[in-house]
Design a protein around this ligand. Structure first.
Ligand code: RTP
Ligand code: MG
Length: 143
């Protein structure tokens, strides 16, 4: 098993619903360690850059509007197979299709406002971590 780092966002809907702690508990209960964390209110340019891969999709404007609608929490999670482990507890993009007990099943209201983000590959994780954090902000969790 490889120790990986992945990137996570608690999105504006979940922050607004006071679910930061509840969602962080899901990470910790799954054995994922938080190694960096901060609150941000994204600018339009930051949100567009983060989701650039979707810039030609019909939902892009709504996605950027939602992601800039309020503060978010961004964090780096570390653990065994962290990318896939995190996607597993996140659940499907559309909460109506998410497995029971997943973050999106429990905290999301729609495909557009779906509570949290998780990197979809190690390559995405590296890009997304570097988008929001300097290496000095990533802490070693040795105990
Ligand atoms: P995320 O990047 O936010 O973790 O979500 P994801 O990997 O599960 O889904 P992705 O395909 O990367 O889409 C990014 C966000 O765009 C919105 N979306 N809407 N209406 C639609 O068909 C549609 N498809 C995607 C979702 O809010 C999704 O989280
Ligand atoms: Mg995605």
């Amino acid at each position: 098993m490889a120790i990986e780092r992945t990137f996570s966002i608690v999105k504006p809907d979940a922050v607004g619903n006071n679910k930061i702690g509840a969602i962080y508990s899901r990470f910790e209960d799954a054995g994922l360690k938080i190694v960096a964390s901060k609150m941000l209110h994204l600018t339009k340019e930051q949100a567009e850059g983060f989701y650039a891969e979707h810039s030609e999709r019909p939902f892009f404007g709504a996605l950027v509007g939602f992601m800039t609608s309020g503060p978010i929490m961004v964090q780096v999670l570390e653990g065994e197979n962290a990318v896939l482990a995190h996607r597993d507890i996140l659940g499907a993009t559309n909460p109506a299709e998410a497995d029971a007990g997943t973050i999106r099943a429990d905290f999301a209201t729609s495909i557009d406002e779906n509570a949290a983000h998780g990197s979809d590959s190690l390559e995405s994780a590296a890009r997304e971590i570097a988008y929001f954090f300097s290496t000095e902000e990533l802490c070693a969790r040795t105990r």
